[in-house]
Write a protein that binds this ligand. Structure first.
Ligand SMILES: Cc1cc2nc3c(=O)[nH]c(=O)nc-3n(C[C@H](O)[C@H](O)[C@H](O)COP(=O)(O)OP(=O)(O)OC[C@H]3O[C@@H](n4cnc5c(N)ncnc54)[C@H](O)[C@@H]3O)c2cc1C
Length: 455
């Protein structure tokens, strides 16, 4: 049996923990069944966001009429776009490998627990006093072997499909539909209900829907009844909420219907580790599972499912394991973005959630017209929605829809991080007439709503 100071199962964000521990002289085993770097750089955040630039330029040309400019796209070299994206992905595994010094041994294979402190990989048994599970999630399997999920579209296939049908209504489905349709691949999005981006604040998702349908062909209240694949084509029978059936064909079919726990591969039944009803590993605020010395970080806990959350958790666990600083990590707020056109950024609770919690709150929703830079986009839909606590001016939620929302949101995040009081956003100086200035009237409106509620 091989002995280590630390075993890590899953080389996504936890690769950084392996690298750090190795540099500190710890003997580390890191087990990875696919590529080092995990979901984010190989098949998640990064490749999906590299595609945005292409989509954005194509859309700007298509929509140049809004600025009284007549233009058209001569051609799009989709193969080159795919190739450039794939080039990036192909470098990831070696880049991550280079982060490790001689103290870190990489095992390519599936890690499985033999007992609380023994893990097997490729028939070899490893043990360590500390074991970290960082196995992330996997895409829910597509119901047809020829259909893709977001886990298998990257690296992008050489045979560029002429048409693609995407099933789903979450951010992954929308981001990919945005890209494929922008670059001229015939794209259809199938959404089971009338709601799209159902986790967003309802006002924001309604605006999103109104704008997004202008660019992407969406069938609402529709799902797939039967799937046939022949002559390199999918032949789908679609069914809507009134049981009306229609036929639809496409070259590629992509399921983006959610992600699920990866823990089934771990043989947890050989341990004291407990999972919740969705199969995610239970832990306390120090990332400890029910098995002594075994920790869980990142998506494997099923809590935040975002790269920035997983990365912070890994940094925090490094302090606990390597610096002996046993402090709890509790995120005060969790921001996220939807990198589509329109772009969305969101932090804190939605109005629906505020209602559900039965807490005191007031809301404001303000167009971005006050900023000349925002006006120069000639877009009418951008909005800022605030949900604030009328008792102490705390920002409970902020939701932006408009160009560069994810960048703009950082100003709100800074206030929430330092001293969460909406009045700072009302009183601070803004560069006139930057896009961020659109937050000023939004903060003024939110404070007005608080004052009104107190009369
Ligand atoms: C298409 C897509 C787009 C995304 N976009 C964003 C975004 O814009 N912003 C954002 O914040 N987040 C985004 N995410 C989510 C983000 O990628 C994840 O939150 C993040 O990668 C989680 O990191 P992790 O280390 O917990 O898990 P992962 O990165 O998934 O790493 C887990 C690793 O464990 C390996 N593994 C699993 N089981 C075993 C086993 N038994 N033995 C050995 N190895 C195993 C897997 O192969 C994987 O490499 C996106 C995800 C997807 C799929």
């Amino acid at each position: 049996m091989k002995k280590f100071d630390l075993i890590i199962i899953g080389a996504g964000r936890a690769s950084n923990l392996a690298a750090k521990a190795g540099k500190m002289g710890k003997k580390v085993a890191i087990i990875e069944k696919s590529k080092l770097g995990g979901t984010c750089p190989n098949r998640g955040c990064v490749p999906s966001k590299l595609l945005i630039g292409y989509a954005h330029v194509a859309r700007s040309i298509k929509e140049s009429n809004r600025h009284f400019i007549n233009s058209s796209i001569n051609s799009i070299d989709i193969e080159k776009i795919f190739d450039e994206t794939n080039k990036y992905i192909s470098k990831i595994d070696p880049i991550y490998k280079n982060k490790f010094n001689e103290n870190v041994e990489v095992f390519y294979g599936t890690g499985k627990f033999v007992s609380n402190n023994i893990v097997s990989v490729n028939g070899e048994q490893l043990t360590a006093p500390k074991i970290v599970i960082a196995t992330g999630t996997k895409a829910i399997k597509a119901p047809h072997s020829k259909a893709w999920t977001s886990d298998d579209i990257f690296p992008l296939k050489e045979d560029v499909p002429k048409s693609i049908t995407i099933v789903g209504s979450g951010f992954i489905a929308c981001e990919l539909a945005n890209f494929f349709s922008a670059i001229g691949i015939k794209t259809k999005l199938l959404v089971r209900s009338q709601r799209i981006l159902g986790n967003e604040d309802i006002d924001i998702s309604e605006i999103f829907k109104e704008e997004f349908v202008k660019n992407v062909d969406i069938l609402f209240d529709t799902s797939i009844n039967t799937i046939d694949y022949n002559n390199n084509q999918f032949h789908l029978e679609l069914i809507n909420k009134d049981n009306k059936k229609t036929n639809h064909s496409c070259q590629a079919l992509l399921y983006a219907t959610g992600r699920e726990s990866n823990t089934s591969s771990l043989d947890l039944e050989n341990t004291d580790i407990e999972v919740n009803e969705r199969g995610y590993i239970k832990r306390n605020e120090f990332f400890e599972t029910k098995a002594k010395g075994v920790y869980v970080v990142g998506d494997a806990s099923g809590e935040n499912m975002l790269q920035h959350a997983a990365a912070q958790e890994v940094n925090h666990l490094a302090k606990i394991l390597l610096e002996d600083k046993k402090e709890a990590l509790k995120f005060k707020y969790m921001p996220h973005g939807v990198f589509t056109e329109p772009e969305i950024a969101s932090v804190g609770i939605t109005e629906q959630k505020a209602k559900e919690l039965g807490i005191d709150y007031v809301t404001s929703i303000t167009p971005w017209i006050a900023s000349a830079k925002a006006m120069s986009t000639r877009l009418r839909y951008p909005r800022t929605k605030f949900i604030v606590n009328p008792n102490n001016y705390e920002i409970l939620g902020c939701h932006l829809i408009g160009p560069e929302s994810t960048t703009m949101m950082h100003q709100v995040l800074t206030v929430m991080h330092l001293d969460n009081d909406i009045r700072h956003l009302k009183e601070m100086l803004y560069i006139h007439p930057a896009l961020s200035e659109a937050l000023l009237p939004a903060a003024v409106d939110a404070v007005k709503e608080i004052e009104k509620s107190r009369k």
